[in-house]
Design a protein around this ligand. Structure first.
Ligand SMILES: [Zn+2]
Length: 212
């Protein structure tokens, strides 16, 4: 890694990873998936004098967005998400906040990203990779200069996201992983939405998706 430092917390009822991508030179910071517990997120940024520049959503499931409203209100920064995730974010039954969490949450992005779009945020060049399958509009955020990939619930260490929820498709997810993630450099550090970090090289060797 060059100027990037990544800090992560595990927050919420189903242990969702929340990532802070920090530019060490400027203290500017991007938050990936405000899963839950807004006070924890806000306190960390404040205590470390970080300057929030954006909130990136990998997808719309409630366990990745529960703290979005409070964090956005506090920071007043733009929210980014995949262009095909609009409906799911806006619908508590589809984003599972209505059925699982018992309180409906809806969300929207300020910028709806297209596949292949490049974002310049906090001094980082970030590429949006649309990876439908876990949800229709799920995306990964790739930071080539830092060899980092925020993979959301698309790719986990040894497995992939479930596909039995609204807009999910196993066939599509396998294609997304093989065609769009396994083509990245082997040394790319994969930071998933749940559980531990891995690399593209390891997942090409050991993930069961590789054999599908
Ligand atoms: Zn999910």
């Amino acid at each position: 890694m060059g100027k990037a430092r990544v800090r992560h917390f595990v927050l919420g009822p189903i242990q969702t990873n929340v990532y802070f991508l920090v530019n060490e030179e400027t203290k500017e910071m991007i938050l990936v998936d405000p899963a839950d517990n807004a006070p924890r997120i806000l306190d960390y940024a404040k205590q470390n004098n970080l300057i929030p520049k954006a909130i990136l959503l990998t997808h719309g499931h409630y366990d990745h967005i529960a703290a979005l409203k409070a964090v956005k209100e506090a920071w007043q920064v733009p929210v980014y998400a995949g262009e095909n995730e609009k409906n799911l974010l806006a619908n508590p039954m589809m984003n599972l906040s209505g059925s699982w969490a018992g309180q409906g949450v809806t969300a929207a992005a300020d910028t709806w990203c297209k596949d292949g779009e490049r974002l310049s945020l906090a001094g980082f060049d970030i590429r949006v990779i649309a990876t439908p399958g876990h949800t229709e509009g799920g995306v990964c955020y790739y930071v080539p200069a830092e060899n980092l990939l925020f993979s959301g619930d698309t790719l986990f260490e040894g497995s992939c996201g479930r596909t039995d929820l609204p807009t999910g498709s196993m066939r599509t997810l396998v294609r997304s992983i093989k065609d769009k993630l396994f083509v990245l450099p082997d040394e790319t550090l994969v930071l998933p939405g749940h559980e531990g970090a891995t690399t593209i090289g390891d997942e090409k060797l050991y993930n069961y998706v590789a054999g599908m």
